[in-house]
Design a protein. Sequence first.
Length: 98
Amino acid sequence: MLSDSVKGFALVAFSVLLLPLSLDLMQDHDDVESEYEKECDLQYRALIGNVSTPDWGLCSELDEDRSRKAALFMTSLGAFVLTGLIGTAMLLPSNENQ
């Protein structure tokens, strides 16, 4: 059976590996968000001088894509935080003499 400290180190290591994944997913979400704003946000389009009618089919696809990418980013961020916290807690000394 593995000790708590070994499990803690493994969870912290896994958390460190999740950090670049979370950053990549955040960048993907930001890219889709910018694309949605550029193609579908009427105020932004007016500010840059584009007064044409947006392609609502494309806007619907971009909206679904940004929702999916936001969910993926939030999930990876949650996993990063949880594994880091649980791993750190497992590394802390326990007071078993009480």
